[in-house]
Each structure stands twice: as structure tokens, then as C-alpha cells.
Design a protein around this ligand. Structure first.
Ligand code: SAM
Ligand code: DTB
Ligand code: SF4
Length: 360
């Protein structure tokens, strides 16, 4: 078994990344087999429970209110709608539902109460529930845990250095603080990032370094390739070659042997062979279903065909950690503090973000 390390150096990570491809694939596949069943892949379903109109300026994001991306926004979904979508996810063999909200951070109040009820509803359907709602305080994380949340997704997105080039409305440290708040509860941590935003390979290594310093490592690490959406400041970013994605996945696998590595946004640009190489290199999770949050995802039939061709089976829920209990709202032991935290707002401006605000 490989040792689980939190003391990787950037140089070591870069050396892994730059190895000849065949050596890299062989090493990653070896590590993968020592810690996971290579024929099992987790299938998660994404659900945008609140879409668009976000106050942040994340340069990659079609949901930021300030860019003109044509995303049709909607307010918070009803519990009935969420239940219906979760049933559909279960029917396609998903073991996890990940609910995303275009929020900067969670605010206590009726909307958060509604999200807590969504968590209870899905957990009671015996599926793993994940949320990605922006920044959360310790108390808010405790309330999510009490409702039965299995995972919280909060991506570092890039290296600390490059973070300042893509987002000005919050700081890298805010991300780490939220992850720390989640880590204090029983909720598992899902944190990864995006490649193809104009970053250097050093930034990819820097992101993996920051993730590997988290102790324990995140239970899941999503690796997204940028979906360059017209209207965002990154609309003209060149797409990354699949070889780069394969290298990134293999490196993630070697640096964090036990984590579930998720081949996330960007699968529509990969052919079946490239996806198979990603699985060989250590990816063992995907998002399935026609849509990610707002952008397209591969056709479900194609995914099923790929799983059949490769003899890959979907992972059952609660294999890695037991199902959390759900405490009903009326039995809650945790008092809401009425928190509407402001968090930090770094002072810097990103010029290309400013330009993208001007309607063309
Ligand atoms: N608002 C919350 C937040 O920012 O944490 C949760 C939702 S946000 C859309 C979740 C993640 O989706 C981001 O951290 C980013 O990694 C990913 N994402 C957003 N837009 C993307 C794009 N165009 N391409 C690839 N990944 C993207
Ligand atoms: C993650 O790392 N990727 C997912 C999920 N976590 C929330 C989101 C991808 C979003 C891609 C752009 C969109 O569909 O809006
Ligand atoms: Fe808002 Fe999240 Fe998109 Fe940033 S990534 S603009 S915080 S929805």
C-alpha cells in the first residue's frame, strides 16, 4: 500500500506530471488498484437547485450575474421538484445527487431551511447527498450534517497564485476556511478544480499541493476541464488536449491514492477511448445525466454503452462511509444563529472580468 502523504513538494508533483506518459499511466494504475476496485465507477447526478444571478465574478462561470451568457436563471427549486429529479437519478443508477446553488455563501433563513429539507428528503431515499452552496460557517455545516448531508463540494479551483487571476470577489483562504468548517463535522469533503483556464502546469501542481496538504485528503477530488461559455471572460480560452487531462488525473491519483477522483466537466469533448484512459489513470467517478449545472454532459445511453464495453459497474451508495442519520427539523438540536456572514472581499480587480461586464 502506498503511504498517504501530506508533505508532497511542488517539485515532486511536477516530476510525476511530466513523466513519460507510459510510466505515468503505469504508476497511476498501480496505485489505483491498491486502493480501489478498477472496475467500479461512482455515478453522481448534478442538480442545479438555484440557477444564475450569482454576485461573484468567477471568470469561468456562466452563472455570474455580471456576464452575459444567456443562462436562464431560476429561484430555489421546490422540495417536490428535487424529489422527482432524485428519483430520476436513482433510476439511471446514480448513487449520489449533488445539488448546486449559484450562491456566494449560505445565509440562514427560509431558503437554507428548504435546502436542509431537500437533504433530508434525498438521504431518506438512500442516496448519498452532496451540496455545493458556496461558503458556509461552522454552524451551517453542522446543520447540514444533522440533516444527513454526506458530502460538501467546495473547489479550490486552481493554485493560490492563479486564483487571484480568475476571481476577485473572494480569496483562496475563504475556500480553505469553508473546507475547514465542513471538516469539523461528519460530512465528507469534495474539493478539486478546473484545468484549461490559461493556468500553467505549475498552477495545476500548486492546486494538487494545496489539496494534498488537507489532512485528511478530500474524500473526492473533481477534475473539471473548462467549459468555455460565450459571454464569460474565459470564452476564448483554448481547449486543453485530452493528454493533459489524463496527466492531471493520473497525478491526482498518485498524490491522493485513496480519494475518489471525479472526471467532471468537459467529458463532452472526450471520445470513449480518452475516457477509458482517464479511468485507467485513476478516475473513478463521473457526473451522469444530460446536463451538468447549466452546460451539456454526454448522452446517458453513450455512458451506459461505455460502461458495458469496459465492464465497469456503478458504485453502490455508502460503500466508503456509512449513511448519515437524518434529524428531522422539529427535533433539531442546533439553533440557527441567523447568520448572514459577509466573508472577505479582496480589493483587487481583474481587468478581463471588468471587460466581460460590458454587454456586446
Ligand atoms: N456557487 C458555489 C461555489 O462557487 O462554490 C457552487 C456552484 S459552482 C458552479 C461549483 C463549481 O463548478 C466551481 O467551483 C467550478 O469548479 C465549477 N464550474 C463552474 N463553471 C464551470 C465551467 N464553465 N467549466 C468547468 N467547471 C466549472
Ligand atoms: C464540480 O467540480 N463540477 C460540477 C460540480 N462540482 C458542482 C459543476 C460543473 C459545472 C460546469 C458548468 C455548468 O454546467 O454550469
Ligand atoms: Fe457564483 Fe459559484 Fe459561479 Fe462563482 S462558481 S459565479 S460563486 S455560482
Amino acid at each position: 500500500m502506498n503511504q498517504i502523504r501530506h508533505d508532497w513538494t511542488k517539485e515532486e508533483i511536477l516530476n510525476i506530471y511530466h513523466q513519460p506518459m507510459m510510466e505515468l499511466l503505469f504508476e497511476a494504475a498501480k496505485v489505483h488498484r491498491q486502493h480501489h476496485d478498477p472496475n467500479v465507477v461512482q455515478v453522481s447526478s448534478l442538480l442545479s437547485i438555484k440557477t444564475g444571478g450569482c454576485s461573484e465574478d468567477c471568470a469561468y462561470c456562466p452563472q455570474a450575474a455580471r456576464y452575459h451568457t444567456g443562462v436562464e436563471g431560476h429561484g430555489l427549486m421546490s422540495i417536490e421538484q428535487v424529489k422527482e429529479k432524485a428519483n430520476q437519478a436513482k433510476a439511471i443508477g446514480a448513487s449520489r445527487v449533488c445539488m448546486g446553488a449559484a450562491w456566494r455563501n449560505v445565509k440562514d433563513g427560509p431558503e437554507f431551511d428548504q435546502v436542509l429539507e431537500m437533504v433530508r428528503t434525498i438521504n431518506k431515499m438512500d442516496m448519498e447527498v452532496c451540496c455545493t452552496l458556496g461558503m458556509v460557517t461552522e454552524r451551517q455545516a453542522e446543520r447540514l450534517a444533522e440533516a444527513g448531508l454526506y458530502a460538501y463540494n467546495h473547489n479550490l479551483d486552481s493554485s493560490e497564485e492563479y486564483y487571484k487571476e480568475i476571481i476577485s470577489t473572494r480569496a483562496f483562504q475563504d475556500r480553505l476556511d469553508t473546507i475547514e468548517n465542513v471538516r469539523k463535522t461528519n460530512i465528507t469533503v469534495c474539493s478539486g478544480g478546473i484545468i484549461g483556464m490559461g493556468e500553467k502546469v505549475e498552477d495545476r501542481a500548486g492546486m494538487l499541493l494545496a489539496l494534498s496538504r488537507l489532512n485528511p485528503h478530500p474524500e473526492s477530488v473533481p477534475i473539471n476541464t473548462l467549459v468555455a461559455v460565450p459571454g464569460t471572460p474565459l470564452e476564448n480560452e483554448q481547449s486543453v488536449e485530452s493528454w493533459e487531462l489524463i496527466r492531471m488525473i493520473a497525478t491526482t491519483r498518485i498524490v491522493m491514492p485513496e480519494t475518489q477522483v471525479r472526471l467532471s466537466a468537459g467529458r463532452t469533448s472526450l471520445n470513449p477511448e480518452a475516457q477509458a484512459l482517464c479511468f485507467f489513470a485513476g478516475a473513478n467517478s463521473i457526473f451522469a445525466g444530460e446536463k451538468l449545472l447549466t452546460t451539456p454532459n454526454p448522452d446517458l445511453n453513450e455512458d451506459m454503452k461505455l460502461f458495458t464495453s469496459l465492464n465497469i459497474h456503478p458504485q453502490k451508495p455508502f460503500i466508503k462511509k456509512s449513511q448519515p442519520e437524518t434529524v428531522e427539523a422539529e427535533d433539531s438540536q442546533i439553533e440557527a444563529l441567523g447568520e448572514k456572514p459577509r466573508w472577505t472581499r479582496p480589493g483587487h480587480i481583474i481587468e478581463r472580468n471588468e471587460k466581460a461586464k460590458i454587454r456586446k
